[in-house]
Design a protein around this ligand. Structure first.
Ligand SMILES: NC(=O)c1ccc[n+]([C@@H]2O[C@H](COP(=O)([O-])OP(=O)(O)OC[C@H]3O[C@@H](n4cnc5c(N)ncnc54)[C@H](OP(=O)(O)O)[C@@H]3O)[C@@H](O)[C@H]2O)c1
Length: 254
């Protein structure tokens, strides 16, 4: 059986855990050569031992010189880069009145600015190839609101709006740009102040028993990776500027 990403070169950020890690594994199994970027080098090296097609690149996404080096390292041996998955992200939980401008700026630097910088770096290669797929991971926090996550929600809303414009800008070069917006996914990010949010009585009552999430469970990272895979491959040919919500129905309910 032919593999969905055979001969493709992909760069995936936030690759050391959760959605990014699941995406690296999924892409590698589909035959892609993957450059896996995150700060925790040992996690990336584990992935590389698991899948020979994976090359680790350890850096902080706010280090733009390192991002430049990463893209160069990805393109040089293969002569191309087909897929960029911008996925690295973080959140902090604070009321607006207690939050600081520094927290806001750090959130934008990781969740939004780094996405832009990486797109700047890969797009010239994609234009040369007349082929590319960019998948930006945002969040349902960009579509509906909760308290304490203002900067995060703003950064994710920025991803959605920017991605639509980027899709228009790059369409003539055969580059498709889409967004995956996960809802509540069971990853390290769902542990807040040391508590796995998906196991709390409140979560179980509201999201599961009362079905605020109609599918009545948190999602798994692999379920988001499948959506990213679809938007990253040759089976995606007539979809661009789209936000694909992967949330078990969370945002369709009151
Ligand atoms: N889990 C959810 O419920 C959920 C819902 C909606 C959206 N999302 C989004 O999905 C994406 C992945 O999150 P996740 O749930 O998989 O969380 P996660 O397990 O905490 O993964 C976050 C990834 O981002 C990397 N990262 C964070 N800051 C970084 C930095 N400054 N430089 C480089 N890498 C950095 C982390 O690696 P290192 O620490 O090794 O650098 C890690 O690999 C994020 O954009 C998140 O906003 C998640």
């Amino acid at each position: 059986m032919s593999r969905l990403l055979a001969n493709k070169v992909a760069l995936i950020t936030g690759a050391s855990s959760g959605i990014g890690q699941a995406t690296v594994r999924r892409f590698a199994r589909e035959g892609a050569t993957v450059i896996a970027l995150a700060r925790r080098r040992e996690r990336l090296e584990e992935l590389a031992r698991e899948y020979p097609g994976v090359t680790p690149f350890a850096c902080d996404v706010t280090d733009h010189a390192a991002l430049e080096q990463c893209v160069r390292q990805a393109v040089t041996p293969h002569g191309r880069i087909d897929v960029l998955v911008n996925n690295a992200g973080f959140s902090y939980y604070q009321r607006h009145t207690d939050s600081t401008l520094e927290q806001w700026r750090q959130t934008m630097a990781v969740n939004l600015e780094a996405y832009y910088v990486l797109a700047q770096l890969v797009v010239p290669h994609m234009i040369r190839q007349r082929y590319g797929r960019i998948v930006n991971v945002s969040s349902t926090q960009a579509l509906a609101s909760e308290p304490l996550v203002g900067a995060y929600a703003a950064s994710k809303g920025g991803i959605n709006a920017w991605s639509r414009t980027l899709a228009v800008d790059l369409a003539e070069y055969g580059i498709l740009v889409n967004v995956v917006a996960p809802g509540c996914i069971h990853t390290e990010m769902s542990t807040i102040h040391g508590v796995d949010e998906t196991t709390t009585p409140d979560f179980q009552e509201w999201y599961v028993r009362r079905r605020k999430i109609p599918l009545a469970r948190p999602g798994q990272p692999e379920e988001v990776a499948n959506a990213i895979l679809f938007l990253s491959g040759d089976q995606c040919t007539y979809i661009t500027g789209h936000t694909l919500v992967v949330d078990g129905g969370l945002t369709i309910t009151f």
